[in-house]
Design a protein around this ligand. Structure first.
Ligand code: GTP
Ligand code: MG
Length: 138
């Protein structure tokens, strides 16, 4: 079994969609073993998206991620990293497959409802940035 890190982004909390998104996550067989609603600081967001800091949308991305509360999550299941990427759908909701979270809920490539780790190594680092072991219960 494997773990991945998930964020329900500010567009999801703003539209009261956290339960609807969680229903899709759980229906896919992923277990929410850690979950907390937080307001991300600018420092946290900049660190989290550090790999994108040279991209033209970096400023906009940090602005957005700090614009409202987010829900940070640890998801567990078989092939959790790849499975969640599949359930999320493409980064751009216009290209996301039918039934995916981004197809159903996302409004734009910037405000795309969810984050999910893109590798097992990144999942470990991202989980460690937001959770201590005692905040996760499998
Ligand atoms: P994450 O799970 O959030 O990391 O999405 P991803 O892995 O599908 O996409 P990627 O890591 O390439 O980009 C990270 C995030 O940056 C995306 O989810 C978007 O929120 C944002 N982003 C990517 N491309 C654009 C863009 O062209 N414009 C804007 N405003 N935001 C973008
Ligand atoms: Mg990414």
């Amino acid at each position: 079994t494997e773990r991945t890190f998930s964020i329900l982004k500010p567009d999801a909390t703003r539209r009261n969609l956290t339960g609807a998104v969680n229903a899709v996550i759980e229906a896919a067989g992923l277990r929410i073993v850690g979950q907390r609603r937080i307001r991300m600081s600018r420092e946290q967001a900049e660190k989290f998206y550090e790999v994108h800091k040279e991209r033209p949308f970096f400023g906009e991305l940090v602005e957005f991620m700090t614009s409202g509360p987010v829900v940070v999550q640890v998801l567990e299941g078989e092939n959790a990293v790849a499975k969640y990427r599949e359930v999320m759908g493409a980064t751009n909701p216009a290209q996301a497959a039918e039934g995916t979270i981004r197809k159903q809920f996302a409004e734009s490539v910037g405000e795309n409802t969810v984050h999910g780790s893109d590798s097992v190594d990144n999942a470990k680092a991202e989980i460690a940035q937001f959770f201590t072991d005692d905040q996760i219960a499998a």
